[in-house]
Write a protein that binds this ligand. Structure first.
Ligand code: CMC
Length: 378
């Protein structure tokens, strides 16, 4: 076996062959199954896109109708899961609550049959259907309320916002939320997807696969950045403070949240769409002063760091959209997870097709034949 050069963060090392999505970081292109993200964002819906990602082709009318009906049917969560979630501390982070609840699904649906297409479909449907319900249920219960039951008359995005706020959302808000889900559904082998693939490669159950990915997505260098962007904009407080704040960050060598990407060296195409969605929302529901701060920050970062390929990523404008949709800041990353579960499951299914357990190597830097020193002599 040839020994490869060590690359921290596995930068540029192919870890799989995949036909699910494609990113061109120099040109700012993202495709799901060969279809440009801009096209899916305007013409598709999240569930149709999830179907495309997982099964490789756009569904026919009938296939889509069946898929949607199955998802509606499986939206409810068991009382025992709800009761378990009731015991979670209300001060805990919703991503931790989601990771625990996703793993708990495995307790209830434990019969594993990874070579059975019906089992794969059922697991896909259950996870896509129940994750939004669990996110909304934790939100209600931590406020001391009962969870809102899923509404069978509502589509996926409308139903989630309804369960979250106990009232039917404005159609534009629901439609924009659905686009956000499509934009976040998949993004090649990012950290959480790799985590899902490593877990999947052991042939464990799909609930464990998703739970491990949720844990990985939670970190501030990955999905958690969207929360930190809002915190940063609030800390900046005004357009005048943008440049002093940025200079301070650069002096202290601290990262500017929502900027930079391992693959994109131009503005993330999803950030462009999300910025446009934010503007649509402001036009209908009123402006957000933090948007002006964000735009000025983007301008300032481009001036100082643009030559190094540091531009807004998907997390930069998503928080401003979610705020306008009435989603609390610490639910931004769980909302990311609601969408990304489609990508994780697509990679899970693809991984099972040609599975080999992940077992990379390491470069040992420790000592050999070291003496055991008795405790009295240490
Ligand atoms: N602000 C300031 N400098 C940056 C930033 C940033 N946001 N991002 C990268 N850099 C600099 C970094 O300091 C480093 O400089 P030097 O070579 O002098 O040490 C250089 O650019 C390369 O950065 P890196 O951290 O080694 O790059 P990476 O590919 O390992 O990390 C990243 C990519 C996304 C983790 C990083 O850009 C970052 O930490 N950004 C802020 C957090 C963030 O917005 N994360 C969301 C990522 S996109 C959505 C998602 O994955 O969920």
């Amino acid at each position: 076996m040839t020994v490869c050069e060590y690359k921290p963060g596995l930068e540029g090392i192919p870890a799989a062959q995949s036909s699910i999505s494609y990113v061109d970081g120099q040109k700012g292109i993202l495709e799901y199954r060969g279809i440009r993200i801009e096209e899916l964002a305007t013409k598709s819906t999240f569930l149709e896109t999830a179907y495309l990602l997982i099964w490789g082709e756009l569904p026919t009318k009938e296939e889509l109708a069946d898929f949607k009906a199955e998802i509606r049917y499986h939206r409810r969560i068991k009382y025992r899961i709800r009761d378990m979630m009731k015991c979670f501390p209300e001060t805990g982070h919703p991503m931790d609550a989601l990771q625990a609840s996703a793993a708990a699904l495995g307790l209830f649906y434990s019969k594993r049959a990874l070579d059975n297409p019906a089992y794969i479909r059922e697991a896909v449907v259950r996870l896509l259907a129940k994750i939004p319900t669990m996110v909304a249920a934790f939100q209600m219960m931590r406020k001391g309320n009962d969870p809102v039951r899923p509404n069978d008359d509502m589509d996926y995005a409308t139903n989630f916002l309804y369960m979250l706020n106990e009232r039917e959302p404005d159609p534009l808000a629901a439609q924009i939320f659905d686009v956000c889900l499509t934009l976040h559904a998949e993004h090649t082998i990012n950290a959480s997807t790799f985590s899902a693939m490593v877990t999947a490669s052991t042939l464990t159950d799909p609930y464990a696969v998703v739970a491990s990915a949720v844990g990985t997505l939670a970190g501030p260098l990955h999905g958690g950045a969207n929360e930190e962007v809002i915190e940063m904009l609030e800390e900046i407080g005004s357009v005048e403070n943008v440049r002093p704040y940025l200079d301070n960050c650069l002096q202290n060598k601290s990262k500017i949240m929502g900027f930079g990407h391992r693959v994109y060296k131009v503005k993330d195409p999803r950030a462009i769409i999300l910025q446009n969605l934010a503007e649509q929302l402001f036009e209908k529901f009123g402006h957000d002063k933090y948007y002006d701060i964000a735009v000025e920050m983007e301008r300032a970062v481009e001036e100082k760091l643009g030559h190094r390929g540091i531009y807004p990523n998907v997390d930069y404008y998503s928080g401003l959209v979610y705020r306008k949709l009435g989603i609390p800041t610490d639910l931004f990353t769980p909302v990311f997870a609601i969408a990304r579960v489609a990508g994780w499951l697509a990679h899970w299914k693809e991984q099972l097709g040609e599975n080999r357990i992940f077992r990379p190597t390491q470069i040992y830097t420790g000592s050999h034949e070291a003496p055991y020193v008795e405790i009295e002599q240490r």
